[in-house]
Design a protein around this ligand. Sequence first.
Ligand code: PMP
Length: 373
Amino acid sequence: MPPAAPERGVYFDYNASAPLLDIARDAVIEAMGYTGNASSVHGCGRATRRLLEDARAAVASSVSAAPQEVVFTSGATEANALACAGRSPSRIAATAIEHDSVLAAAAPGRRIPVLSDGTVDLNRLKVLLEEEPRPELVAVMLANNETGVIQPVTEAASLAHAAGVSVHCDAVQGWRRMPFSMAGLGVDSLALSAHKAGGPKGVGALVVRSGILRQALLRGGGQERGWRAGTENIAAAAGFGAVAAARPPAWTALQAMRDKLEHAVCQAVPKTCVIARDSDRLPNTSMLALPGCDAEAIVIRLDLEGIAVSAGSACSSGKVGPSHVLAAMDLAPDLLHGAIRVSFGPEVTDTDLDAFVSAWGRAAAVCGRRPAG
Ligand code: PMP
């Protein structure tokens, strides 16, 4: 079933949030009608429990994990925080390009650098694994939310495990956009978020092997096997489960559209730089930069033409300034300030691409040089 149409124009900001799929909306609405509390023993409670456990099974199966490994959360921010909770920041090593919710938990001195192609530097990881104090947890995301660059998670996980260190993977941007499994990645925990893939906002999961978690963030009730107290958000979980159970979009088709878009913008505006063009990237994401231009100004110009994109990561509300991801890749300063993220979904059409390419040309023609300093 086609997803709900965005409010207007061309919506190229799926990495911030994707349109709600009809199957998710239907599941949410149906679940809102369930009266019982999933912890109640009576029939109404048991019906709600069944709904919750069906959603859990679907989410687990989407990453080839076991249902009892899924802890529902309010989203990936919370899932990342739960994966890190109860550990000293100095014992958590995170790649320099992680989402802020991971970086907030890890000490600034324990960042794993990335190479200029946007992938984590595995040699530096090896060194860090030997440094005192030894890390207890290494965090390596599956695909970066800004550049779309896919990280060598399996390789990082085997290095970390060889050193006796657990591995957490923020898989938010890869879920339903590239094939992967928990075992294939070889990680101990995975953070997922429903709304990047057409589910409702405000629900996600930490998929975690037993014995890995240290501390619950919310305590009191025994929900989610004691790892997340509070009456479960059944409607959101049902919407999440519906997305997990649906067949994922054909990502090879998306990649063809991405490549077409990149080719067309470079033809129209030859000074356009496609960040990490030669890296293995998500099929729906392009980071485009206009040297000497201001990304915020480009975003506003495109918005005036009805095209929604982001300057770097739109997830940090109101955040202005160069992205920590591009800075970690050591991008030239004139590109650092002029990079915008284009991220689309399976509904993208040639008409959308054409509209974007001509608007990009107009933006490039008028974009001014940033004032020096
Ligand atoms: N990790 C990554 C890579 C993300 O892109 C996002 C979305 N901003 C998050 C975590 C946080 O997800 P949520 O919105 O579910 O809290």
